[in-house]
Design a protein around this ligand. Structure first.
Ligand code: FES
Length: 382
């Protein structure tokens, strides 16, 4: 495919250093078959990618996973990124972030840390991540603050912790977060498999957003709170990744270059992604068919092309269109103009029903009930 001449640089590079993770979160956006992609890039291969991306104009580098702290070379990679002039942020569960390691990363030039919590209660935090990590995360937060890092606290919201949203905000305040991201679950990866179990009732989301707005007003000037739109309920397509192949490049642990975290699933429908083990970042970004596929407007449905919002929302999310409708070129089904909006409304109608007593939340594909992690609904009432 011809190079897209109007495309700017991949300003935001997200390096998914590994799919390995000590946590097993029920809403994880990693591919559900992550164990099949075992071959991780070497230190030198990552450095080559950083150099090429920086030369192309990338300015921000996210170090993510899985759990990036499982890479022994993390400090070396941070030092390389700093030398190249990247602004770096570590996106972590906190597991493995000892004080010594946090200091070493600071010395290497790490700019910023995003720490995830699953809830404001130990019981639900530990259950949802399938680990005993709540107290550890509190200690890690104190370490991050003591070393002077700017800190984002991230918490993914769903029907089980949504009733705790006020307490989650208070906890962020107590640990000294500079910024709190309340990330309403986006339904990809494991969250897609568990969508019905995780989806809150629309009325509960509306009530939670009101609580969030009250805290935002109370904390203005002290802590920023970002409420990630629950787009099924808001019925507003998100400008996903600011547009496919517009500013964002994800590099998977095995070197696959992707326009977003979830795009790997398109391999099953024949899309071929460049691999930065042997392809250059510039070739992947400008010349690959995968990155060019949904740039511009020519691929859009008539519904989107004729809509005055299409330069703003870029027709929404390609992964969501594919997962819900089976057609990646479809109008994002959360949009009221989408002919498929009924599929979303049906999910919301079911979410309004009283919760069943048990749900499987995370499981080993193919292992059936024996491989499932079962959620007891009394956990979140404690
Ligand atoms: Fe892939 Fe939105 S998550 S385009």
């Amino acid at each position: 495919m011809a190079a897209a001449t109007t495309v700017g640089p991949p300003l935001w590079l997200l390096a998914e250093l590994t799919y390995r993770c000590p946590l097993h979160c029920v809403f994880c956006s990693n591919p559900v078959d992550y164990a099949a992609h075992a071959s991780e890039l070497s230190t030198e291969e990552w450095k080559k990618i950083f150099r090429e991306a920086r030369a192309l104009g990338a300015v921000q580098l996210g170090l993510s996973g899985g759990e990036p702290l499982l890479r022994d070379d993390l400090e070396e990679l941070v030092a390389e990124a700093r030398a190249l002039g990247f602004y770096t942020n570590l996106i972590t569960s906190g597991v493995g972030l000892t004080e010594a390691r946090a200091r070493a990363l600071k010395d290497a030039g790490l700019d910023h840390i995003q720490l995830s919590f699953q809830d404001s209660t130990k019981e639900l935090n530990d259950f949802l991540s399938s680990t005993r990590t709540f107290e550890l995360k509190q200690k890690v937060a104190a370490t991050i603050k003591s070393l002077g890092y700017p800190m984002v606290m991230n918490c993914v919201l769903h029907r089980y912790n949504l009733p705790h949203v006020g307490r989650i905000i208070e906890m962020a305040e107590q640990i000294g977060a500079d910024y709190l991201e309340l990330a309403n679950t986006q339904y990809y990866g494991w969250a897609w498999l568990n969508r019905q179990a995780l989806m809150p009732a629309p009325d509960d989301l509306i009530a939670a957003e009101k609580i969030v707005d009250e805290h935002k007003a109370r904390l203005a000037g002290r802590m920023k709170i970002f409420w990630v739109s629950p787009d099924y309920v808001d019925a507003k397509p998100k400008p996903c990744m600011a547009g496919w192949g517009a500013v964002f490049m994800v590099v998977a642990p095995d070197g696959l270059a992707l326009p977003c975290h979830s795009a790997r699933m398109f391999e099953s429908s024949g899309m071929q992604f460049p691999n930065l083990r042997h392809d250059s970042v510039a070739a992947a970004w400008h010349e690959s068919e995968a990155f060019n596929r949904y740039r511009g407007t020519a691929w859009m449905s008539e519904t989107c092309r004729s809509c005055d919002q299409h330069e703003i929302d870029h027709a929404g999310c390609r992964c969501q269109a594919f997962l819900v409708t089976g057609d990646a070129t479809a109008t994002d089904p959360v949009c009221p103009k989408s002919p498929d909006r009924g599929l979303i409304d049906a999910v919301l109608a079911q979410a309004s029903q009283p919760v069943a007593t048990e749900h499987p939340l995370r499981f080993v594909p193919g292992a059936g009930k024996a491989g499932a992690l079962w959620f007891r609904t009394d956990v979140n009432s404690r």
